[in-house]
Design a protein around this ligand. Structure first.
Ligand code: ME8
Length: 474
């Protein structure tokens, strides 16, 4: 039986239109999903939208729309983005889905309650709607949330709490031992130092009058579940948890990899493991914490309003070029920048003049000189590529491909098979065959990153035909 691999993206707030940051998370997870499919694994890839909470409610009010209609329209934008990015997800979950998600979230609550980890209490605190989270005074700068530049609201209410404090040691141990691996190391250290001081219990519901948009607390119609309690559960409700058919749950849980941004590390590496431990479910194996895409020196965010729309680039340059930029120019473990200038530079240097030109040069010679297609050995012989991809270091993996491609260019310049063909066609054929075989390695290696280009190159190799320019000059 092939190994299974379950990978997820965060589910995105449906409150505004998707931007580059969301595109990044989807593409990153998709490249990893595709890489594992290439290895022959049985992959399940989940993405979707987070549609409850105050943030979504207020946005629908501001848009002057019926909330259901608003959420349907917004979710559609994320679904369309995922599609235009070439995302190969197996499921797109919406937390407003009453058939799939509600039973899962309800079952989770009941399980936590049976474990004795839900209790009623009173809470007073400062709530940032942008973060959908309570804030401590010490987290604020000039009384404002640093991420959203807004003053949090003071909330005082009776609600339910989740006894997260009980699980702090257990979570810490799982992370220290690598049973729950958090990468990169810097994020692992960040969460460990947070766990060092223990964890506080979490306010887990809101009165319906304050938060009508959400899943009702089982057995108490006056309360709505806290949006994060409901949202995190998507990773198992999508597999059938709570809704009767748990075949996928048995097969794919625990998750092999949650891909998340560093902004939601605490929820995934503390709250979520706490909920899973309380519910008696296995912990995810790994959390990949990617950096954020910045714009004007701040996190690109719908709430902040400094966003760049991926659509513009997808339309002008196409899906593969866009995915290439995210892989080649943004290190998943660090913050990155998206600028028009950088995009054009990378497009011209590495695609038009790089891989695109190389593939055309090689296939032009191959289709003119070779008598039959080159037989391809399926292995990828690019130094460092596989090892990097295994570590989810797509940045290094694609750089290994660019370096390899530059090396092939150098070989062509040095050995000039196009000249040699006139005097020694046999020798020229030998050189070109080797080049084709190396090009096949490149095509194979870029399958997870630029699936369309990979397919076009591989088809040309199979048929031994010339290639039109893959990346038109812009
Ligand atoms: O936090 N750069 O949703 P969200 C890179 N619904 N990635 C970014 C980004 C940026 N500037 N902005 C967003 C939520 N992202 C919750 C998650 S999960 C159970 C619930 C990506 O719409 C990044 O992966 O704010 C981040 O963690 C995610 O989108 C959060 O999107």
């Amino acid at each position: 039986m092939p190994k299974k691999f379950y990978v997820t993206t965060p589910i995105f707030y449906a409150n505004a239109s998707p931007h580059m940051g969301h595109a990044y998370a989807i593409v990153l997870a998709d490249m990893i999903a595709r890489f594992h499919r290439e290895k022959g694994e049985d992959v399940y890839f989940l993405t979707g939208t987070d549609e409850h909470g105050i943030k979504n409610l207020r946005s629908s009010e501001n848009a002057g729309k019926d909330v259901i209609q608003f959420l349907d329209e917004q979710a559609e934008k994320f679904r369309a983005l995922a599609e235009s990015l070439g995302s190969s997800h197996d499921q797109f979950i919406r937390t407003t889905d009453k058939k799939i998600h509600y039973p899962g979230a309800t079952a989770m609550w009941e399980k936590l309650s049976t474990s004795g980890d839900i209790y009623k209490g009173e809470y007073e605190g400062l709530y940032c709607v942008g973060c959908e989270n309570f804030k401590m005074e010490k987290d604020l700068v000039d009384g404002k949330c640093q991420d959203h530049n807004t003053e949090p609201e003071r909330i005082r209410q009776e609600n339910y709490f989740f006894r997260l404090s009980k699980y702090a040691d257990c979570i810490k141990e799982a992370i220290e031992k690598g049973e729950l691996s958090v990468i990169p190391e810097s994020r692992k250290n960040e969460i460990l130092s947070m766990l060092e001081g223990g964890l506080e219990d979490v306010s887990f519901s809101r009165p319906v009058k304050d938060l009508p948009l959400g899943i009702p607390v089982p057995g108490d119609a006056t309360q709505t579940m806290y949006v994060w309690c409901d949202a995190l559960t998507n990773y198992i409700s999508a597999l059938g948890y709570g809704s009767g058919d748990d075949q996928n749950l048995k097969k794919f849980w625990p998750a092999d990899l949650h891909v998340i941004g560093k902004d939601i590390l605490r929820f995934h590496a503390a709250l979520w493991p706490g909920m899973l431990l309380s519910a008696g479910l296995a912990l995810p194996k790994e959390i990949l914490v990617h950096g954020l895409i910045m714009s004007d020196g701040r996190k690109m965010s719908k709430t902040i309003g400094n966003v760049i729309d991926p659509k513009d680039y997808l339309e002008t340059y196409g899906m593969d070029a866009f995915r290439f930029y995210l892989a080649h120019e943004i290190n998943p473990f660090e913050d990155g920048n998206f600028t028009d200038e950088k995009f054009k530079e990378a497009y011209n240097a590495y695609l038009v003049n790089g891989i695109g030109n190389l593939a055309s040069r090689i296939m032009k010679m191959a289709s003119s000189y070779l008598l039959e297609p080159v037989r391809i050995n399926e292995e990828i012989k690019i130094p460092g590529y596989l090892e990097a991809f295994e570590r989810h270091d797509i940045f290094s993996a694609i750089h290994a491909v660019s370096d390899f491609s530059a090396e092939l260019d150098r070989i062509i310049t040095e050995k000039t098979p196009f000249k040699l063909y006139k005097t020694d066609p046999e020798k020229a054929r030998e050189i070109v065959s080797e080049l084709v075989s190396s090009l096949a390695s490149i095509a194979r290696a870029i399958r997870p990153i630029m699936p369309t280009s990979a397919f076009v190159i591989e088809s040309a190799i199979k048929e031994n035909t010339a290639l039109p320019p893959l990346f038109p000059r812009k």
